[in-house]
Each structure stands twice: as C-alpha cells, then as structure tokens.
Design a protein around this ligand. Sequence first.
Ligand code: MN
Ligand code: MN
Length: 393
Amino acid sequence: MNSNGRNGAGFTRREMIGAASLAAVGTAIMSASSSGSQQPPYQTGKNPGEHEPLPDFKYDLDSSKGWEGEGGSAKEVTGEEFPVSQSIAGVSMRLKPGGIRELHWHAIAAEWAFVIAGKLRTTVINPNGQDSAATDDFEPGDIWYFPKGFGHSIQNIGHEESHFVLGFDNGHFSEFGTFSITDWVAHTPLNVLERNLNLSSDVISKLPKKEAYIVPGKIPPSNPQPYRANDLQPSQSAHKYRLGEQRAIEFPGGRDRVVTIKEFPINNTLTSVLQEINPGGIRELHWHPNADEWQFYLSGRSRVTIFGAHGRARTEEFGPGQVCFVQQGFGHYVEQLGSEPTKLVILFNSPVFEEISISRWLSANPTSLIADNLGISDAEVARLPKNVLGFIK
Ligand code: MN
Ligand code: MN
C-alpha cells in the first residue's frame, strides 16, 4: 500500500473486494439469465458486490397451503415464510356461513383486518376493569383493530362464504400460535375447571381436547343477542372503521383512502390505506421515512419496483392474493398493468403516515441546484412537476 491507500496495481482494498465479489455476482447473473429470469442485474452502482442483493419482497399468500377445517380456512405469512417482513404478519381467512374463529387473544401483536367479502360479526372484551365489551358487524371495505391481548372472536353471520385479510403488527407473530380458549381448557386440570367454570366433570369431559381454531356454527340472528352478563357497558372506543366509505383523495391516475390514529384512535400502531390505480396509471416514485409497507393485492395486476440504494433495484409483478413488502425508507413505484383497475389494501407499521414523493422533493429545491445536480438546463428543470402527482394518469 502506498500513502494514498492504493497498492502497486493501483487498486484500493475496497475496489479489490468489489472486483472479487463482482465476479461472483457476474456468475450469479449469468446463471439467472440462463434460467430465463427477467430480473435486472443488481449491484451495478458504486462499490458493487459490497451489499447483499435485495431480498425477496413477494409472497403468494392465497396460493400457500395453510389450515383447512369444517368451519373455514386460514393461510398465513410471517417472518418465517417471508423473511423481509419482520414488522408485519398477515393471514388470508375464509369462514363458512356461521363459521366461528373461536375465542382467543394474541400475546405479542395487535390484530387489524380488512373485509373483502361477506358479513362478519366480532366480539371483543376491553381489559380496563373488565366492564365493557363490543359486538360489531362488518361488511366489505370495513376494517377492525383489536389491541394486543384483547380477547375476541369472529363469526360469519351471512349466507355466503366470507373472506378477510388480517394484519398483525409483529412479523414474528403466528396466527397458529395464539391463545385459544379450547387449547387452554384442554390443558387445565378437571378439578380446577369444575370450580372455575361451575360445570360437572361429565360436561367438562365433552369439551374439546385440543385447540379448535375455527369451528362450524349457526348463523346468528341479525340483531346481536345480548351479552350473557347484563351489567356490561358498550366499549367507548370504536374497534370498527368504515374505510371503504371514507372519501378518497383523488389523483389523475388513481385514489387513496388513508386511515391513521387521527381518524381511528384505538388503532395506535398501524396506518391503513385502500388504494386504486386506474388502468395504465403509475403510483409515482416515493418513499416512507417512518414505516415499512405491507401490501395485499385485491384485484387487477401491477408491477412494483423497489430501489434499495447501492445500485440495487428489483421488480416483481403482483395480482390478487399476493403480498408485497417494502422496507422502511426504500424507494418504490407501482405500474398498473392490464385493463382491470388495481385495488390493494396497505398496512404501515406506524400510526402516523409519512411519505415523500419525487415530484414534491424536486420542487422543494431551487432551480440552479436541480440543474447542476441532474446536469440539465434551467428550462428543462422548469418542466419538472411542482406538486405531488400521487397517481400519474
Ligand atoms: Mn385474532
Ligand atoms: Mn408506498
């Protein structure tokens, strides 16, 4: 090494490491292209080879195997199946008419849901003083939020199969590892249950021997029956929000419905967005400084490209039932494909919504700076957009 850090051949150590790993990346690119992959090569920027390739950010949730029973089915995606998604886990659940997702709670995560099809009724108990509870009915476009640890249940109260997507504010959470009432009583001694539940040993011996998870049930009357106890007050903090009924923020190429802690106070860990992109539209280049973004596609097709710095960019195509995950701060945009509009529901792991779009960022700087930075003339800078484009037509 000489005094400027270069060795005899004129390479810095960093460049040599880069060259060695670039050779390895080159091999990887060659094998990817020989297998017919359309992935663009990554790591072509500065210090190539010094950074891991962008992780997989697509998961085909509705095509996964999941759990199936007489009362319904559930498919889940956690950090286990989808390592990039450390902050959010999700479940695609279907209940048959009358089917019940049994009484349970989640020790390490709050539960959010978006109803896609059918009619559902939830029950939830509030822990403060154990003197209030809520029963709410949900239709497509509605969301619910149950804080971490609140005991709840879900039932399909309609005559058709219901479908909803659940989101949890912890990627390590598993829907199949929650705290269910049947699992608990199956693992509690008879003499304790006799005293705590006031049931005879004969009746207790008929209780489920293991976790039931989803059970078949009768479609209940449309007016909810009263609580068993008559001294409970209704919960004063709404667990339900009609996101689909909220007025949209309109842009030339699509629209957004955004609900944060401001509109939905109990929802203190997440922001949710219902988004539609018109055929041919582009959700413009942007990023979110404060949160990861978890997307679940409802209808239509789109292509998402994520920019991960260090010369890394990667594109994947998405359709109904698929999940996309964008890490906090990573640049991204969405190109709508085909003639059917794209509809998706999005979760951010922050109750406050933050976004910076490329159009607004460029407009928040003086002309001469942008001209010098991009190497273009003042007249060309004048053509750049000045306002947020949101969704480009
Ligand atoms: Mn739950
Ligand atoms: Mn985004």
